[in-house]
Design a binder for this molecule. Structure first.
Ligand SMILES: CC(C)(COP(=O)(O)OP(=O)(O)OC[C@H]1O[C@@H](n2cnc3c(N)ncnc32)[C@H](O)[C@@H]1OP(=O)(O)O)[C@@H](O)C(=O)NCCC(=O)NCCS
Length: 153
């Protein structure tokens, strides 16, 4: 049973490992080697510790091991990654439902995310709709939004 909990000091190496594995094994289908290398270097354990102070970061834990992560700043979604061997088992949906419920509690009526080419279909499946596209130092991205239903809080 996968548990969703807040990031704790001591999780940073495991979170970095999930992200880097994802980038190298999954996102590498859609992005160049140079972009994957730049992103992998960016998401070091030290950087994760910094990000966890700037945003509210969550981890999905299975049998004591971190198998996914997502962060939010209000109604904005960041760093959604699921351990490659756990992809397709509902972990991503659970993480998104968790932060969407918190955003509803905080009074937001929509959620916004930046999506890799790799994750675009996932967000669409969850009800997100394209708003625009952007080109960043980490390559092509979509920006999507989803209306939040306050009755589901
Ligand atoms: C995108 C990602 C987070 C999805 O996590 P996941 O745990 O595999 O997703 P879930 O199993 O919860 O999937 C929820 C639904 O979305 C669908 N889905 C998942 N990924 C999809 C994709 N790439 N395209 C279309 N549908 C997708 C699932 O089939 C499922 O649909 P269902 O309701 O019919 O069962 C994960 O694949 C991942 O980490 N990818 C690489 C990293 C990445 O790109 N992260 C985002 C950075 S912006």
């Amino acid at each position: 049973m996968v548990e969703i909990r807040l990031f704790r000091a001591g999780d940073s190496a495991a979170v970095s490992d999930v992200i880097v594995r994802c980038l190298q094994e999954v996102n590498s289908r859609d992005y160049s080697e140079a972009i994957i290398a730049r992103m992998s270097a960016h998401f070091s354990a030290e950087r994760i510790e910094q990000l966890a102070e700037e945003r509210q970061m969550f981890v999905a834990v299975d049998k004591g091991a971190v198998v996914g992560t997502v962060s939010r700043d209000g109604n904005k979604v960041f760093t959604m990654f699921v351990q490659p061997r756990m992809i397709g088992h509902g972990v991503g949906r659970r993480l998104m439902q968790h932060i969407e419920a918190l955003a509803v509690e905080n009074g937001y009526d929509y959620m916004e995310t930046g999506a890799s080419i790799t994750a675009h279909g996932f967000y669409q499946r969850l009800g997100y709709v394209d708003v625009r596209t952007s080109e960043t130092e980490f390559g092509f991205n979509y920006v999507l939004r989803k209306p939040l239903d306050s009755t589901q809080a």
